[in-house]
Design a protein around this ligand. Structure first.
Ligand code: TA6
Length: 315
């Protein structure tokens, strides 16, 4: 089973403006749509699209629970979310315009998780997680959710011997690295911050991380990605697509990659599917959709190159 954990869920409010979205101008709303938000929940949606059984864990606010439940149902997300009383699931605003110039996000910080509910999540994970399972931790931490709490969650996964995948950032990402989880997805800047200075290239940084983390996927936005596994570094160039809304593209990448690993596909297949599915996502208007057929047609358009590795370059 794959369990995704979204500590800070969201409802994405997708606002499309008429004409070009600009500062210092009254931008008129053309359409408004509500969509699933929160990185772990997005990953669950992707896994379900691949037909992979999964359960979304984490929290949901009681105040707008019905609205969120409706979205979860529409997106076929099976969940066992813990309800936080007197709290509202945050709304994250995603702005796009008619000219399709990419998206702009304005995210709310979310609700606080009570001690009791954190303990409930820990017990739930202790009860559910098995060695053969995958635990996916993705998205930001809710306000005042300490790193100690995050550590407790990762510890449960470690104790169970499950595969632990983390799409986290900042201090949370640093903790995941320290705790030697199985998969991380830093962006270019996070990759630079993660390692001791003195390692010159992206390739060598990835190889250094790969000594303790089996899979590292470094996203470079439109430039594609680098993946490192078992001492091999792959440079991936995605197909060129017309960008409409890139929100959620990283989540589709993670979900598709993990879906392929769960199906025991080889690494190059996992990389290829992650790349084309997230390229398909970027062409869609909302924050979650991607089209598997469209994605598969793009498979021949991507470039996956194994880079030359000089073991002496990494200390
Ligand atoms: O990656 C897209 C997304 O999950 C959006 O749906 C949005 O709600 C946002 O990210 C939340 O990101 P955060 O890092 O605050 O958890």
């Amino acid at each position: 089973m794959i369990y995704t954990v979204t500590l800070n869920p969201a409802i994405d409010r997708l606002i499309q403006t008429s004409g070009l979205l600009m500062k210092k101008k009254t931008n008129r709303v053309k359409t408004v749509e509500y969509d699933l938000g929160g990185k772990g929940l997005h990953v669950s949606h992707v896994l379900s699209k691949f037909g992979i059984e999964n359960i979304a864990l984490g929290f949901i606010g009681s105040e707008n629970q019905q609205q969120m439940e409706k979205i979860l149902q529409a997106k076929q997300v099976t969940h066992q979310l813990i309800v936080e009383k007197n709290a509202s699931t945050r709304e994250c605003i995603v702005l796009i315009d008619e000219e399709s110039q990419g998206s702009t996000m304005v995210t709310d910080s979310g609700f606080q998780i009570s001690r009791a509910n954190h303990k409930k999540l820990i017990s739930q994970l202790q009860r559910l997680l098995r060695k053969e399972d995958m635990l996916v931790l993705a998205g930001s931490l809710p306000p005042n959710y300490s790193l100690e709490r995050l550590k407790e969650i990762i510890d449960v996964g470690k104790m169970a011997g499950s595969f632990i995948a983390c799409d986290l950032s900042g201090d949370a990402l640093r903790l995941a690295v320290e705790m030697q989880v199985d998969f991380i997805k830093p962006n270019q800047f996070e990759l630079e911050e993660l390692l001791t200075p003195g390692i010159d290239s992206i390739k060598n940084r990835l190889l250094a991380l790969n000594k303790s983390i089996p899979y590292v996927a470094a996203s470079m936005g439109k430039e594609g990605s680098y993946i490192v596994h078992a001492g091999e570094v792959y440079r991936v160039v995605p197909p060129k697509v017309k960008e409409v809304n890139d929100t959620g593209a990283g989540d589709v990448f993670v979900g598709s990659f993990l879906a392929q690993l769960a199906q025991k596909a080889n690494l190059e297949t996992a990389i290829a599917y992650a790349t084309v599915c997230s390229a398909s996502k970027v062409t869609k208007r909302n924050c979650t959709d991607f089209d598997l057929n469209q994605a598969e047609q793009m498979l021949p358009m991507i470039e996956i190159k194994k880079m030359e590795v000089n073991p002496d370059a990494i200390s």
